[in-house]
Design a protein around this ligand. Structure first.
Ligand SMILES: [Zn+2]
Length: 301
């Protein structure tokens, strides 16, 4: 990895992600490198999609956690049950040493017995209070390709020297996540912090989601500059304002639902403490739950 890396966020088709990453923008295709915490999120998402749509349409990522002083272990990664039973891959890991070393193989009956045996050793090791530093092994599996070329279909994703994982095959169509400027209704890639109109996006993804929601509402009322949102339960827009004036809006209109959905998704994926850093203003002491005022620029004619 060179010094020309940038911090940004990427997604596939705008629906998978966005995830925080670093990447080299000079490459002709987008090759993101993810910190371990984001790699876990990517992994969970691929497994969810495989569960939902079946292995044939989804490659999956798996993060196996261990410790520097842990005993050697064997793991079974199982795919989604299909017509020919449940596909599985066996992962043997040596945790000690400069970095963990993992070997992938077919889940034979022997491997399965070994998994059970070593799981007991791992549980014992955990109970004995080992305190080695946490480490992880990241595995990529293309379930469709297992029968053809195992080594190409199932492999370990090796981290860079600074602990970032290049998750996703080159054919994964990673693209930059965008933010929308409510003033001009135009989008910018996440790392372009300033819109050509001069406005800079809010610093956090949750803050930017407030602007994206504002953009959606501008399809209905370009003069809107704030929303009052109730965060108890799932996020619900209570009121829309243009300056100090409350605007009557059609709550059944599609952009209204889109704005609420943008906020819900961002809240579900927000990092702990992110809400406090968004600049959303808590509505003063009311009997009803948590209400926040989210402000954004009005649309320019
Ligand atoms: Zn703008």
């Amino acid at each position: 990895m060179s010094g020309k890396m940038i911090d940004t966020r990427v997604t596939i088709d705008g629906t998978f992600g966005p995830f925080d990453c670093r990447l080299d923008p000079r490459l002709c295709y987008t090759k993101p490198w993810f910190p371990l915490a984001e790699t876990r999120k990517v992994a969970a998402r691929t497994q969810y999609l495989a569960y939902k749509h079946g292995n044939s349409s989804t490659e999956t990522i798996h993060v196996i956690e261990g410790r520097t002083d842990g005993p050697d272990s064997v793991h079974l990664i199982e795919g989604v049950p299909g017509r020919n039973g449940t596909p599985a891959v066996a992962v043997r890991i040596r945790w000690k040493g400069a970095r963990p070393t993992a070997t992938l193989g077919e889940a034979t009956a022997d491997a399965r017995r070994e998994v059970t045996r070593k799981a007991t050793a791992r549980r014992k090791a955990a109970r004995s209070g080992r305190t080695g530093a946490p480490r992880a092994v990241v595995v990529h599996i293309d379930w469709c390709g297992l029968g053809e070329d195992f080594d190409e279909a199932a492999f370990v994703v090796e981290p860079s020297a600074d602990g970032l994982y290049p998750v996703g095959a080159p054919e994964w169509r990673w693209d930059f996540a965008s933010w929308w400027c409510p003033a001009c209704q135009d989008s910018q890639p996440w790392h372009e912090v300033t819109c050509p109109c001069g406005l800079s996006r809010p610093a956090t993804p949750l803050g930017a989601a407030g602007w994206n929601a504002g953009c959606a509402l501008h399809c209905l009322t370009p003069e809107a500059t704030s929303v009052l949102v109730d965060l108890d339960g799932s996020a619900r827009i209570v009121d829309v304002h243009a300056g100090d004036t409350r605007i009557d809006m059609d709550r059944h209109a599609e952009p209204f639902g889109q704005a609420e959905e943008i906020l819900r998704t961002a809240l579900a994926e927000a990092k702990p403490g992110e809400l406090a850093a968004t600049g959303w203003e808590r509505a003063p002491g009311r009997l009803w739950g948590r209400r926040y005022q989210i402000t954004f620029p009005a649309s320019r004619p």
